[in-house]
Design a protein around this ligand. Structure first.
Ligand code: AFP
Length: 317
């Protein structure tokens, strides 16, 4: 992606991050918490902030020339910005988003995130987003904004991972870590262990192994925030594995919960660019080809040693 286009897109993401972190901070006193009364494309009840954050991205990217289409967890079909599409036929991009990841944390003042992925549109494309149904290795940039005690922006455009911290005193993101590398192994595993009986035996055995270690240097502690971005971020800094195994459904198939194109693939790209790995339990997640823009996939992401372990345990059969 040309540097000027990348700068424009990341600049808008940063602006969205500033607006969203401000709104989250005052949501409890401004009536912004709770459910909106609507459901999203996945049948999940939307929080007021889910809808609000989606609108922020829509309004900021409407006039961002490189971005022709916006695909979001909160919208069934892609949103096209006709003017952008027509002005940039040969260098137009799609922005894929989870505008507010971990939204069950909104009402309890927990960490949240916004996840983004950028893909190049085909020169001739329709409005249904089918031209974007390629593997995650086709992403040209990806990253997230983490709304925690500090707001941070982490992104990669395929040449390493950089991390910025928002300084509220100057209202700017400041570079904190350049070309960040993830430890090859880590002390943490992160999953919703309350679901363990619904998983494939391989994923259950992996957790049994992780919890069986007695030696202080090779044992694991569990950490789980319930927001993919926040749980992944810990792995990125300290090492370890985040997993959301598939749940075995009545037809005997393992079904993932996290969305492939705007959750698993972007954080998978960040992980790889930081020297880690991302898998669907069988192989590289960036090789998985979606059938639909809203597909879901099991995910195992983090330090290379622990993610390899998930595959060795045949976490997804
Ligand atoms: P959304 O808030 O974007 O729907 O995503 C939440 C999420 O998919 C992911 O961020 C969490 O890791 C996961 O759900 C937590 O869900 P559980 O309650 O199933 O553990």
């Amino acid at each position: 992606m040309p540097a000027a286009d990348l700068a424009l897109v990341i600049g808008r993401i940063a602006l969205a991050g500033k607006l969203i972190s401000g709104e989250i901070a005052r949501a409890s006193i401004a009536g912004g918490l709770g459910y909106s009364g609507d459901t999203n494309v996945h049948g999940e009840e939307q929080k007021k902030l889910d809808d609000w954050t989606n609108q922020v991205f829509l309004s900021l990217f409407e006039n961002c020339a490189p971005v022709c289409s916006l695909i979001s967890e909160e919208m069934e079909t892609p949103k096209h910005f006709e003017r952008n599409c027509h002005s940039r036929e040969h260098a137009s991009y799609a922005l894929m988003l989870d505008p507010l990841d971990g939204s069950s944390n909104t009402d309890v003042n927990g960490s949240l995130g916004s996840i983004f992925s950028v893909r190049k549109r085909a020169v001739r494309h329709g409005n249904d987003g089918r031209d974007l149904l390629g593997p995650g290795s086709q992403q040209v940039a990806a990253g997230y904004v983490l709304y925690g005690p500090a707001t941070q922006l982490i992104y990669t455009s395929g040449a390493g991972v950089d991390m910025f911290t928002f300084d509220p005193q100057i209202a700017e993101f400041v570079l904190w870590k350049e070309n960040l590398k993830m430890p090859p192994r880590g002390p943490y595993y992160s999953c919703n262990q309350g679901n363990i009986t619904k998983w494939n035996p391989g994923a259950q055995n992996l957790v049994r192994y992780l919890t069986s270690r007695k030696d202080k240097n090779s044992s694991y502690s569990m950490r789980y925030c319930g927001a993919f971005v926040a749980d992944f971020h810990r792995c990125l800094i300290d090492g370890g594995i985040y997993m959301y195994p598939g749940e075995i459904s009545s037809d005997g198939k393992s079904k993932g919960k996290l969305r492939l194109m705007y959750e698993c693939a972007p954080l998978g790209m960040v992980a790889e660019q930081a020297g880690g790995r991302a898998s669907n339990g069988k192989g590289r997640i960036l090789d998985v080809v979606p059938k639909d823009i809203h597909d879901r996939e099991p995910v195992y992401v983090g330090s290379s040693i622990e993610v390899a372990m998930a595959e060795e345990y045949r976490a997804e059969g």
